[in-house]
Design a protein around this ligand. Structure first.
Ligand code: UD1
Length: 377
């Protein structure tokens, strides 16, 4: 029986928790279907878009991911440099390995580059987390999403909004599969382990666990952290919130670099604002799950707070994950200092109630994906 060979691609921090459940579901499929159907072999390729130990290796450790079979080591650069380097390096991998399918996740530069290299070699592409749209083409991720979806053969979606977006863009319905959210698969699998993390002790927050009395922040979008005035305004808001409750801010390397470069750290930081290095997956899950409030510009954290029932203020003017506003605990507040402070006060006083858990955000998305692939291909 000939084996089917799949390449799974991960490149940046938010990819690792999406790839981990797929790896597990492929392993599970091969174990339970041994001898009954064509075996699946997969290779894990890490593009190296994120390379610091705190942005990459620690996630492999926490998620129990096997080490990548192939590491492209592309590193940072401009969008064209980074995308181009992945495109060239990944094409060589495809020519050598001759996979039957390439699986990409999310919306980072590595996602688009690997999808493009594959499709030009007529290798089918599966895109996990397809169809999300912010309708804001100034976001590099929006461009990556639109283009990846146009050239993918299997489009796995997290919500019905995404299905509608794809149909509107002319994607044939037969290619679209509403399977749920693999990020939630990882969250539900690891939340109990995360509860054992000692991150609250390490940050001196143990006495603030019940009742919940601290806030958590993440920021890395170019629109928030590349302009000194905008970043200063946001840090000013965090400093003000920090006078009421401690604010923990594990800073992305890009953000940390800009705080340093723009000399913003000392004047803007209020007493309660703690800027730390990036945290591991389990430490961050633990910290987030016990917080009174999360402020973020990340996509995945809007989804994770919805599942955890934690109020989330998204420091953006739009989101590709509107379902987290309609059904979850997310509110868009933009990046204006006064608006952030007012929204934080409101959320801390009144809370933000979750309406429901989105359909199929149940920990079984990866199993559904592998089932679709095994049946259709
Ligand atoms: C990328 C993704 C973004 C995702 C984010 C999560 C794109 C277009 N953007 O943004 O969608 O939400 O990852 O973190 O793909 N750096 C380090 N060490 C690292 C990685 C980055 O120091 O391990 C620094 C470098 O200075 C680099 C900068 O961060 O230039 C930005 O990294 P890059 O991969 O270009 O984009 P992110 O902002 O991380």
């Amino acid at each position: 029986m000939t084996r089917r060979k799949i390449i799974l691609v991960a490149g940046a921090r938010p990819n690792f928790m999406k790839v981990a459940p797929i790896v597990r579901a492929f392993d599970e499929y091969s174990r339970t279907r041994r001898g009954k159907s064509r075996p699946l072999d997969y290779l894990l390729v890490h593009t190296g878009q994120h390379y610091d130990a705190s942005m990459s290796q620690i996630f492999f450790d926490d998620l129990g991911l096997p080490p990548p079979d192939i590491h492209l080591g592309v590193g940072s650069g401009t969008h064209a440099e980074q995308t181009g380097k992945v495109l060239i390096a990944f094409e060589k991998v495809c020519l050598r390995e001759k996979p039957d399918l390439v699986v990409v996740v999310g919306d980072v530069n590595s996602t688009l580059a690997c999808a493009l290299a594959s499709t030009k070699l007529e290798i089918p592409v599966a895109h996990i987390e397809a169809g999300l749209r912010s309708f804001d083409r100034s976001m590099p991720e929006e461009i990556n999403r639109i283009l990846t979806d146009q050239i993918s053969d299997y489009l796995f979606t997290t919500c019905s909004d995404a299905d509608r977006n794809l149909v509107r863009e002319g994607v044939p319905k037969r290619k679209i599969h509403f399977v749920g959210n693999v990020m939630v698969d990882s969250l539900l699998r690891h939340i109990h382990l995360a509860a054992k993390s000692d991150i609250l002790e390490r940050l001196g927050l143990k006495d603030r666990e019940t009742p919940k009395k601290y806030a958590v922040v993440t920021l890395h979008r170019p629109s928030n952290v590349d302009d000194p005035k905008t970043l200063k305004g946001i840090l000013g808001a965090l400093g003000r919130i920090g006078r009421e409750i401690p604010v923990v801010f594990p800073a992305h390397p890009r953000t940390a670099k800009h705080i340093e470069e723009f000399e913003l750290k000392t004047p803007a930081a209020g007493d309660g604002l703690r800027i730390t290095a990036p945290l591991s997956y389990l430490d961050f899950l633990c910290l987030m799950s016990k917080a009174a409030l999360v402020l973020t510009d990340s996509g995945g954290i809007q989804e994770e707070t919805t599942i955890l029932g934690i109020p989330c203020l998204t420091l953006r003017e739009n989101t590709e994950r509107a379902i987290t506003i309609r059904e979850g605990t997310n509110v868009l507040v933009g990046s204006d200092r006064e608006r952030i402070v007012a929204a934080a006060h409101h959320a801390l006083e009144k809370g933000i109630r979750r309406k429901k858990i989105p359909l199929y955000w149940d920990g079984k998305a990866a199993t559904r994906i592998v089932k679709v692939l095994a049946e259709m291909w």
